[in-house]
Write a protein that binds this ligand. Structure first.
Ligand code: PMT
Length: 419
């Protein structure tokens, strides 16, 4: 559940949606509990079906408590209402999610086997089915499993790819279940949520840039990419097609977003200019280096007894150059400031011919570089100033998009794509 500063509380994003969560017998079954809890917090009505193996790993009572509904395990148990319950649930579901999906359930679904509550419900539903596989890395790489996954994709199942990382077996490899927020993100995207950016293509930049000094050293800044990634995730959730041009960060790209990875300011500039023709809105949250070393060395610089002076040359201002490249862009910039926030940001808004600038105090606790939260002052070309108080970066991102949507509507274009 989320709300935007100053306004009334919003309707939870999944209000009125029925999500059936199937839990199969992988060690990651415990993570499904958090997924269920988060889906409920977003307003979904959640029904959990567990396979027999899953009940050996996590007690059904956990899911019953978190979902607020009885957990279904046995196809032949005495039904509460006699209307062939797995069919009733299959009919009612807006989406069916299997988390974790073991190699066994993937094999069954790919071969049309329906021999328990979960597989019969999947077989009987017309709702989108999302599978979040998790297993030992050698099982995941097994050609049979990979063939089943390909087949399921062709049949229209949505697959949330497992991640590379430490596995329950102690080994490291591909096969780890992504964190619950990533899975919930995919569900929200598929179930629609607010779709007020439908039909709009946007470009978001994020993260720092690295300016090479020699093969082992670079100049950079403390940007983590969290603000830019949150903007990309929020836009995608609301229906936009998103190109995310990112400097080096350790974040997973949000599901559904097209990621373009770059390193230096020059690379970022080249990619932004190459892709800007495709989009209506550009949001530059990246902390682009203003300078780069004039003469990067191809060899590792050696330590010596004397002082070392670095000569830096300015990088092009990407944002400032975009208005001349494409006149009808909606341009959103950020201004990272430690003093005179509004005056400095307003000067950047004007100098760079922006529609909106997000002024960001970066010297206050919980704000700016690296933190999970942020607070912004939005200043638009009509002279309005809107405060977005300190809250997590995804909520801040939604508040920025709220303002963009409002301005696009005022401009008369709504969220229609370019002709
Ligand atoms: O990544 P996080 O850890 O989540 O931190 C988020 C953030 C603090 C980096 C972000 O909220 C932020 O403020 N980003 C802009 C940082 C910045 O470079 O501000 P600036 O005032 O120096 O630049 C003004 C604008 O011009 C920015 O939109 C910037 O992307 C753009 N710019 C700057 C330099 C340059 N050569 N080209 C540009 O396009």
């Amino acid at each position: 559940m989320w709300e935007v500063s100053g306004g009334p509380a919003r309707t939870p994003m999944l209000e009125g949606k029925q999500v059936v969560v199937g839990v199969t017998g992988g060690i990651a079954a415990y993570k499904a509990a958090e997924v269920v809890s988060r889906l409920r917090q977003l307003g979904a009505e959640v029904h959990v079906i567990m396979t027999r193996a899953a009940t050996q790993l996590v007690g059904p009572l956990t899911f019953q408590t978190l979902s607020g509904n009885p957990v279904l395990t046995d196809l032949f148990a005495e039904p509460k209402r006699w209307n062939v319950e797995h069919i009733a649930l299959a009919d009612r579901a807006d989406l069916l999610l299997i988390v974790p999906a073991t190699a066994n359930i993937l094999g069954k679904l790919a071969s049309g086997i329906a021999d328990d509550y979960l597989s019969t419900t999947v077989m009987a539903t017309a709702a989108p089915v999302v599978l979040a596989p998790a297993m030992h890395h050698r099982m995941w790489q097994n050609p049979v499993v990979q063939e089943n996954v390909q087949r399921l994709r062709r049949l229209g199942y949505e697959i949330i790819e497992p991640e590379h990382g430490r596995l329950a077996s102690g080994g490291v490899g591909m096969g780890r279940l992504p964190d619950p927020p990533v899975i919930v993100e995919a569900v929200v995207r598929l179930l629609g949520g607010r779709r007020d950016l439908d039909g709009l293509k946007v470009l978001v930049t994020a993260g720092p840039t690295r300016e090479r000094l020699d093969p082992v050293r670079y100049l950079s800044n403390f940007s983590s990419g969290k603000m830019g990634y949150a903007l990309a995730a929020a836009a995608c959730r609301r229906g936009a097609q998103v190109i995310l041009i990112s400097g080096p960060v350790v974040l997973e790209p949000p599901t559904g977003v097209e990621l373009v990875a770059v390193e230096s300011a020059e690379e970022m500039a080249a990619e932004v200019r190459r892709r800007v023709g495709e989009v209506k809105v550009v949001v530059m949250a990246a902390a682009v280096a203003d300078y780069r070393p004039a003469e990067p060395s191809t060899r590792k610089l050696k330590r010596g007894p004397d002082e070392l002076a670095l000569r830096l040359v300015p990088n092009a201002d990407i944002l400032a150059s975009l208005r001349t490249q494409k006149k009808d862009l909606f341009l959103v910039g950020f201004a990272a400031e430690t003093e005179d926030l509004v005056a400095n940001a307003r000067a950047k808004l004007e100098r760079k011919h922006l529609d909106l600038i997000c002024a960001n105090r970066v010297d206050l606790p919980g704000c700016g570089f690296g933190s999970d939260t942020n607070a912004l002052t939005l200043i638009d070309r009509r002279g309005r100033v809107v405060e977005i108080p300190l809250q997590d970066k995804l909520k801040v991102a939604h508040a920025v998009w709220d303002h963009v949507v409002r301005m696009l509507a005022e401009d008369g274009g709504g969220c229609l794509p370019d002709p």
